[in-house]
Design a protein around this ligand. Sequence first.
Ligand SMILES: [Zn+2]
Length: 198
Amino acid sequence: MPTDTKLDTAAERRLARQTTRDAVRKTAPKLHEVIKYPHPILMKKGEPVTEFTPDLAQLVEEMFDSMYAAEGIGLAAPQISISKQITVIDISFKERPEDKLVLINPEVIDRRGKQVEEEGCLSLPEIHEKVQRDAWVKVRAQNVKGEFFEVEGTELLARAMLHEIDHLHGILFIDRLSRLKRDLVLRRIKKLQKNGDW
Ligand SMILES: [Zn+2]
């Protein structure tokens, strides 16, 4: 029976996708430097993506590579100095291939409930604070081909999507803290900067 021409299982299809990605990559991954607060690009709204080219797909792969290299579970294009509405997320950090998520021009279209958990950010190293977020969100976005899709998430996925979508609007998680907490964090950053640790 000829089974060699057909991909039968989800695992095989995943493997095929991975092989395609590896073929696209060609050589060693290109890593982008993650910029830190208070870089002005981080405070700026990203431009919507209008052209869905192979260059965009390549950039998305580079964003995943850069995110993994920085040991993050989410990365937004403004964090690598590209002021565009692109973000990549992998809440299981390579454990489950199906967790790899690309959100282009994302929009939160529904939200419910509240959750409060600690957050960090690759652009704010060493800063960890509890942030209130929606408990459940539904997001509408485009993929690298420009196709629209919807994704729902709770807990960490909801938090990651909201954190990254904030980046695309020039908002950092410290902007979601109380004034008092935010001031304390900013003072801590100033101290780190002064000591050359930022
Ligand atoms: Zn962040």
